[in-house]
Structure formats: structure tokens, C-alpha cells
Design a protein around this ligand. Structure first.
Ligand SMILES: Cc1cc2nc3c(=O)[nH]c(=O)nc-3n(C[C@H](O)[C@H](O)[C@H](O)COP(=O)(O)O)c2cc1C
Length: 332
């Protein structure tokens, strides 16, 4: 058995907004109808999940400027993914809806409460994609001079998930009494402050809303590094990372590896970036077609790869097309 999920990255969709098949996405991407059309079509095709990415910044690592990003409308413009979830839930009946939440953007209380609210509003069909954010540019929009070191991002995310999970458990299953005669809404002895004081977060709790239909909303995680896989193994229900080494981790952390859905989908991580750059260059060079077509592919891939580790990929391969000189140097 397999499950189908749709990953919505760039807001203007999978086709370039200026090319063939793009229709009016360049001017209409922000309107509700285009998302509703996508979600209802996915539901008709028996998809389980629609997953909305987020990166809250305008990318300028590539060539050290926002020029390419904004010229092609890549990674920006982008609306807040969480706002789409109630809208899409209204238009669909069964589709799972997952929005991206970064551990450096959301304090855990806000995230836990928002996720539970969406769980109620969607009738138990919502989830969060927990990310640590891959670039300094996001961190700089949320009070940091630079993003934390990679291992520390995951240490923080681990604590963030602990707080969120504790808040989701802060109401016992039978805390709501709803006795109309007495009257009594909830039994206060079954609602618990969490009193969390850790390295990164301090949160008293309890949550000020009752658990939703799922009690614990679905958690997705896509990290590929050791820290990312640890986080996925301990706290998530779905992982988009390289799943090969999950089973041991998951049983070590006391959870059943069979209950982790693995969605094969790879993005370059912080490791092996040099290799990724090399493979990408060679891959693009080997494509058939004109240099302009290869340039289009390169432009779609190089800036996102650049931001993954803050490297300036453009300094390796210069603006746009992958030149002939480079092909010779690489022996391609
Ligand atoms: C399918 C998929 C979706 C992702 N979505 C996001 C996202 O919406 N926002 C984000 O900041 N990072 C996103 N990432 C990046 C991951 O969260 C992670 O940072 C990256 O894969 C590198 O993993 P690592 O940090 O464990 O090395 C995504 C990765 C994958 C594979």
C-alpha cells in the first residue's frame, strides 16, 4: 500500500509562471480559487495529503543579490501556508492538509495552539511540517544575527517539540465534563500546567483550548542529517528525508517504525554540498536541448541549492547557463 502526497513549493506552481502551461498563474497565484482547484483535484485523485512548504525570506545567497530570485519569482512571492488550511478544509472532505511551521519562527505555545485550532477547524485533517529553517535569511527575519549552528538548530527543535507535545497532552482525555445541570465545563484537576523551563523555551501551560479530533495533530519532518532523522524518529508521523536508517532510531526512541510514513523526496542538506553542486552541474550539462533550456533548468535548481548551506553556487558556475568551458573542465 502506498500513500500519495502533493508538495506545494513555489507559490506560482510547478510550471514556470512565464512559460508554456503557466496560464495566468503569474497574476492569479495569490487568489483562493487556484488553491481550491488544486486541493479538490487532489482529493478527486485520491491523494492523502497536500503539503505546503514555507521559507520566510527573499533569497539573495545566489550571486549575493535578490536579482535572480525576484526576476524569476522563485521562493518569493509566498503567502503564509497556515492561512490556506481552513480555506482548503472548507472545500474538501478527506484530504489531509499539512502546513510548514519553523521552530525559529513560532514560539511553541503559539504553534501548539494553532495546530489544535486547525485540528478542530478541519475535523482532524491537519498537520504541521516541523522545520528548523535552512538559511540565515529566515533567522534574520526573526531576531537572529545568524542562524544557529546546524546541531544546535536540532537541539532547539527537539526541545520545541517536547514543549508542543506536552501542551497537546495538558488536558486529560476526560477533562471536559460538560455537565449542564451543575453546571461544569471541565474538571480543573485534569488540566495540567506543564511548567517547562529549558535551554531555549520557558512555558507554563496548560493549553487554553481542548484537544482536537486527532488529539496529537500529524507531525511531518523532512530533515536528512542525523539531527533531522532523530527528530523525525522521536516526534513525527511522516518523514520526507532519507528513510533508510529510521528503523533503529525509532525503536530506540520507543516508537514503532511502522507508524512512520516515509515519503521519498530529497533536498540537498548541509552535508555534501560540494558533491551536490558538482552533480547538479554535470546533470544540467547532460540535458538535451538548447543552452536557453538548460539555463531554465539551472535557474530552477541553483538558487535553492545555494541557500541550503549559504554557499554561493553562482561563484562556481556564473550567471545563468552552464558554459562550454565548464563542460570541458568537468570532462563532460
Ligand atoms: C520534501 C521536503 C520539504 C521541505 N520543506 C521545507 C520547508 O517548507 N521549509 C524549510 O525551511 N525547510 C524545508 N525542508 C528542508 C528540511 O527541513 C531540512 O532542513 C533539509 O532537508 C536539510 O536537512 P538537515 O537539516 O537535516 O540536513 C524540506 C525538505 C524536504 C526534503
Amino acid at each position: 500500500m502506498f500513500h500519495l502526497g502533493w508538495f506545494l513549493g513555489d507559490s506560482t506552481g510547478i510550471h514556470k509562471w512565464w512559460g508554456e502551461w503557466s496560464s495566468t498563474s503569474g497574476k492569479d497565484w495569490m487568489k483562493p480559487d487556484i488553491y481550491i482547484d488544486l486541493a479538490t483535484s487532489l482529493e478527486r485523485c485520491d491523494f492523502d495529503l497536500m503539503f505546503i512548504e514555507d521559507t520566510a525570506m527573499v533569497e539573495d545567497t545566489y550571486e549575493g543579490t535578490m536579482e535572480t530570485t525576484l526576476k524569476y519569482g522563485m521562493m518569493a512571492p509566498k503567502n503564509d501556508p497556515m492561512m490556506y488550511i481552513p480555506l482548503l478544509a472548507q472545500a474538501t472532505k478527506h484530504l489531509g492538509l499539512v502546513g510548514t511551521v519553523s521552530t525559529i519562527q513560532y514560539p511553541p505555545y503559539l504553534a501548539a495552539r494553532q495546530a489544535v485550532t486547525l485540528d478542530h477547524l478541519t475535523g482532524g485533517r491537519s498537520g504541521i511540517n516541523v522545520v528548523t529553517s535552512v538559511t540565515h535569511r529566515v533567522a534574520q527575519n526573526f531576531g537572529y544575527d545568524q542562524h544557529l549552528a546546524h546541531a544546535e538548530r536540532y537541539a532547539m527543535a527537539d526541545e520545541w517539540m517536547q514543549v508542543v507535545s506536552a501542551l497537546w497532552e495538558s488536558w486529560d482525555p476526560d477533562a471536559v465534563v460538560l455537565d449542564y445541570d451543575e453546571p461544569r465545563y471541565a474538571d480543573y484537576t485534569k488540566v495540567h500546567p506543564i511548567n517547562h523551563e529549558g535551554k531555549y523555551f520557558k512555558c507554563r501551560g496548560p493549553l487554553n483550548t481542548i484537544p482536537g479530533p486527532q488529539r496529537r495533530p500529524v507531525v511531518a519532518q523532512a530533515g536528512n542529517s542525523t539531527g533531522g532523522r532523530e527528530l523525525a524518529a522521536s516526534d513525527s508521523d511522516s518523514s520526507d528525508g532519507d528513510g533508510g536508517r529510521f528503523s533503529n532510531r525509532r525503536s530506540l526512541r520507543g516508537r514503532n517504525s511502522e507508524h512512520l510514513y516515509r515519503a521519498p523526496h530529497e533536498l540537498p542538506g548541509n552535508r555534501d554540498v560540494q558533491h551536490q553542486q558538482h552533480d547538479l552541474r554535470r546533470g544540467v550539462l547532460s540535458l538535451p536541448g538548447t543552452e536557453t533550456a538548460r539555463c531554465g533548468v539551472w535557474i530552477q535548481l541553483a538558487p535553492p541549492l545555494s541557500l541550503a548551506d549559504g554557499s554561493e553556487l553562482a561563484s562556481v558556475s556564473q550567471r545563468g547557463p552552464v558554459g562550454e568551458g565548464e563542460a570541458e573542465r568537468d570532462g563532460a
